[in-house]
Design a protein around this ligand. Structure first.
Ligand code: PMT
Length: 224
């Protein structure tokens, strides 16, 4: 059993990849399975929260009790997150948003004709940075970072740049952790930018640990 320490709170969570179409059948995507974000949604529900889960295309069943909105592109994800952010107490941004999209999506399926196909990619908006700029007092924001090496100074810079209170970084080059796996290995940085904590385990256990850390930080801020 879990204590209902999120009772009365609304938690907004993003999970999974985004797909950026290049023609009606093909897309640019990434290897996020949604497991980390879905585990966070399930943990939040167990602990009494009302959960809005904004999910990219994944093969997971919807967490029971969550209000799930399915999106495909980064633009759609941004729109949905901005719709629900004003009423959220906590935002957890676990989605792997595609940093690139194309400005030349074909309306018809590209047929093979023996020639090369050159794609022109442009940057997608940084959804998390845009959201944190519109935050109101009392909201707690956790970002994720997918890195192939965990340099603490770079994580501190990322926490500040994104304007988040907590940054959960996973080393995606470690075998059995990061994209797609059941387990994960996280280095967590909290908002004064100085304290790091590390934990490895199942995404389910890590989800509860991350929520503990969010609640601890909220209580510390409230008691000041
Ligand atoms: O889904 P799983 O298979 O379980 O894998 C989990 C995970 C590895 C995908 C997850 O734990 C994770 O790390 N998600 C964030 C991946 C990522 O996009 O990291 P990033 O370092 O590129 O981005 C940093 C933060 O900014 C993230 O919170 C991301 O959601 C956000 N972002 C990134 C790009 C962008 N255009 N907009 C964003 O909001």
């Amino acid at each position: 059993t879990y204590s209902k320490d999120l009772l009365g709170k609304t938690v907004l969570i993003s999970a999974g990849p985004t797909y950026e179409p290049i023609d009606p059948v093909r897309f640019i995507g990434n290897r996020s399975s949604g497991k980390m974000g879905y585990a966070l949604a399930e943990a939040s529900i167990r602990r009494g929260a009302k959960v809005h889960l904004i999910s990219g295309p994944v093969a997971l069943p919807p967490p029971q009790g969550a209000n799930v909105e399915y999106v495909e592109t980064a633009r759609e994800m941004q729109e949905m997150l901005f719709k629900h952010f004003p009423s959220a107490d906590i935002l957890i941004m676990a989605a792997a948003v595609s940093d690139y999209t194309t400005d030349s999506t074909l309306a018809q399926k590209k047929k093979k004709d023996g020639t090369e196909w050159t794609l022109h990619l442009k940057e997608n908006p940084d959804i998390l940075s845009a959201l944190t700029k519109s935050r109101h007092p009392g909201q707690t924001i956790m970002g994720f970072a997918a890195e192939t090496s965990l340099v603490r100074k770079e994580l501190q810079d990322k926490l500040r740049r994104k304007g988040v209170d907590l940054l959960a970084s996973n080393n995606i080059s470690e075998p059995g952790s990061g994209f797609g796996s059941e387990n994960n290995s996280i280095l967590l940085l909290t908002h004064d930018g100085s304290s790091f904590e590390e934990k490895s385990g199942s995404k389910k256990d890590l989800a509860d640990w991350l929520i503990d850390r969010i609640i601890l930080l909220r209580n510390r801020i409230l008691s000041h």
